[in-house]
Write a protein that binds this ligand. Structure first.
Ligand SMILES: [Zn+2]
Length: 148
């Protein structure tokens, strides 16, 4: 009975991950390459993601910022069945890191919050938000000046 339950749970997990992360590549992103996808302030979060994934041989296929939050797409390896990881626990740990990103400035790593800067959402501290808005304004000024 327990064996059947384990199989059902495993099947469900494959189905769920397949649905959530279709067309995943077997060869995932390296840790260094993943860091290029987000700001320096989140590199520590990305390291924590990889520290977990390395233990379980999880394939990370995508790391990015979306709507101010960290998004990680990942995949259990085929041989995960052999070592029966705590699927729920590992999934929860990775989702918790995504949640944490909403409180960490993506630019500098200080405490931050989701903010909108000219139509785009980021998680930023007050100083980085100010800088980003100023940079945007400068860009707009240049475009206006060059088209004027
Ligand atoms: Zn900041």
């Amino acid at each position: 009975m327990l064996e059947l339950w384990r199989r059902v749970k495993n099947w469900y997990y494959h189905w769920y991950l397949n649905r959530r992360y279709p067309r995943v590549k077997e060869r995932g992103l390296t840790r260094a390459k993943a860091k290029l996808g987000v700001g320096k302030g989140w590199h520590n979060l990305v390291d924590q993601v990889y520290d977990i994934c390395d233990v379980y041989d999880i394939v990370v296929s995508d790391v990015k910022q979306k709507y101010a939050g960290l998004r990680v797409a990942w995949w259990w390896p085929e041989h995960a069945e052999d070592y029966e990881p705590d699927y729920d626990g590992v999934t929860q740990a990775l989702l918790t890191l995504e949640d944490d990103s909403y409180r960490i400035c993506e630019e500098c790593g200080q405490a931050g919050e989701p903010v909108e800067v000219h139509g785009w959402w980021y998680t930023l501290c007050a100083a980085c938000r100010e800088r980003m808005e100023a940079e945007h304004d400068k860009k707009v000024d240049r475009i206006v000046a060059s088209s004027g």
